[in-house]
Design a protein around this ligand. Structure first.
Ligand SMILES: [Ca+2]
Length: 339
């Protein structure tokens, strides 16, 4: 009898442990952690639960979504995969600078408010809208629903991210009274003048002209204020530098290069690794060293908190550098006009 009792006890303990482990796991994993792969039904159930949307409505929207192969093709070759010397000329053009000056002049009052009320430099907001959409010229011709559905259910590595954005698109449409099937975006689901993803639209868009609506598609004042608000919320430092060109000698600097753009090192430490910057900088601030592939040689830059804030819009250092340099070009051109 005794051995059977032990076996029985063993089983009982095993199942108790399993149940405990299961309940611990389900408690510790927040419901927002979207599974790597999901069926339509799982997506519908999770979205309904998390966002308190009716199942029938989510199902209705999902039924209207179509897989678009061109979205997957476009996603497979992002501009950010190019080296800096090929990426930069796409955005740093005379045309984009001059159009930026015109945009700034046209929206001077709104951009002044961005500086005073939000504490964000006008030049950086103009440059973001310039890089994203050429000041509203290319706002995207894809169906946001189709793009996010396609990437959410068919993209090999980032499906989870895009399914969350698909759910956010549905909530956004519900909250702002948009028709989901009419919303246009880039192939990656970015919308309007400043190319906000649905979650960014929900959390960062502001009604900057006070008409009671947050419209980033057709209202330039809301779009400008919302980009400003995005920067404010990510802790832009008004009037502070973004990055400095650097020069390196020896090999010590190699140890401090990393893909994470968050400035974590005291600048004096960076400078002690054979890094030279010809500028008057506060060496007790925090910075980060990046390397970009120039046409003939590598370029080094000491980047600061504001550079990191730009990267919250798009994580590629190439993107942040293009936005920064465009903002400087526009600012210089504006100064000429103001003389
Ligand atoms: Ca508005």
């Amino acid at each position: 009898m005794l051995p059977f009792a032990y076996i029985f006890l063993g089983y009982a303990l095993y199942y108790m442990f399993k149940a405990l482990l299961f309940s611990f796991l389900s408690l510790s994993i927040p419901f927002s952690s979207w599974a790597v792969n999901q069926t339509n039904d799982e997506f519908i159930a999770q979205t309904a639960e998390k966002y308190k949307l009716p199942v029938t409505r989510i199902k209705h929207w999902l039924d209207q979504a179509n897989k678009d192969q061109t979205v997957l093709d476009a996603m497979a070759k992002p501009w950010e995969a190019k080296p800096w010397h090929q990426y930069a000329p796409i955005f740093l053009t005379e045309k984009r600078t001059q159009a930026g000056v015109k945009f700034w002049q046209k929206h001077r009052l709104t951009l002044d408010r961005v500086e005073k009320e939000l504490g964000v430099d006008a030049a950086i907001v103009v440059a973001i809208i310039g890089v994203e959409t050429l000041y509203g010229y290319y706002k995207g011709k894809y169906s946001a629903l189709d793009s996010l559905y396609t990437l959410g259910f068919y993209h090999k590595s980032r499906g989870k991210f895009f399914r969350k954005e698909l759910a956010e698109l549905m909530v956004l449409a519900e909250d702002e009274q948009f028709s989901v099937t009419d919303i246009k975006s880039s192939y990656a689901g970015a919308m309007g003048w400043g190319q906000f993803m649905p979650s960014s639209y929900r959390y960062y868009a502001v009604d900057f002209d006070g008409d009671g609506k947050r419209d980033l598609f057709n209202n330039e004042v809301d779009a400008i204020g919302s980009v400003g608000n995005y920067f404010k919320k990510h802790r832009w430092q008004f009037g502070q530098p973004v990055a400095f060109k650097a020069r390196v000698t020896g090999n010590e600097h190699k140890a401090i290069l990393s893909r994470n753009l968050k400035p974590k090192r005291i600048i004096s430490d960076i400078l002690s690794q054979g890094v030279f910057v010809n500028a008057d900088i506060n060496t007790q601030d925090k910075g980060h060293l990046i390397k970009l592939k120039g046409a003939t040689e590598d370029e080094y830059w000491l980047t600061l908190q504001n550079f990191y804030v730009i990267s919250r819009y798009n994580h590629s250092p190439l993107y942040s550098m293009a936005v920064y340099q465009l903002s400087e070009a526009i600012k210089a051109e504006m100064a000429k006009h103001d003389e």
